[in-house]
Design a binder for this molecule. Sequence first.
Ligand code: 9D3
Length: 237
Amino acid sequence: MRIDILTLFPEVFEAYFGASIIGRAVSSGLVRIFYTNFREFTDDKHRTVDDKPFSGGPGMVMKCKPVFDAVEHVCRDATVEVTRVLLTPQGERLNQRMVEELAGTEHLVLLCGHYEGFDERIRQGLGAREISIGDYVLSGGESAAMVVVDAIVRLLPGSLGDDESAANDSFSDGLLEHPQYTRPRAFRGMEVPEVLLSGNHAEIEAWRRSESRKRTMQRRPDLLDREGDAGASTDNQ
Ligand code: 9D3
């Protein structure tokens, strides 16, 4: 899979994408990630990527030209279908079903905005899918792009070690994860539940399922409402 990240701040991706699961996926060639700075596609002395909104108002707006040119640049040799994603607070809210869809694409272009947003003609002309990662205000699309890439890359076959298998993930069965413990058996007076020390695997499994349900009921009843529906495990997160 190829991922292009278009941004004014390419350097912010280095540390996170160099480490852990993503770093390993990049090193092993499972995913290639390229960074392109919109500023490379300006031609004025000040390398201007933003401008004042027509008819006034607060903030600045990302200009069309550097954005269109950057997208065309990274798509120029594409032999496969390219999926374009605009990260914006007005987008469709990201969930695991969308992540799975994106993980199935061959070439993804992620556009990170800054300032108050993109000139509307970027939405119009680019044929991009618009994605938000949730209902809170970020200062730009970069951290959202990291979230999207992280969620995608761990789904790529061969990305996770056997110990990290995605099949057991909280959201793949639509319930929150059960409590987990490691040594020691007692810490500051807090004990590990007896059942987990019993060695009775059927009983342990039943305990875990019941704890999962209890925790989901308390914290995320919205997830339980959809259980049994087609696609319940993924389309509501
Ligand atoms: C005052 C209007 N604001 C819209 C809510 C302006 C605005 C705030 C923050 C415009 C852009 C941004 C920067 N945010 C993103 O680029 C962004 C984002 C987010 O803020 N929340 C959740 N998902 C995303 S994806 C990109």
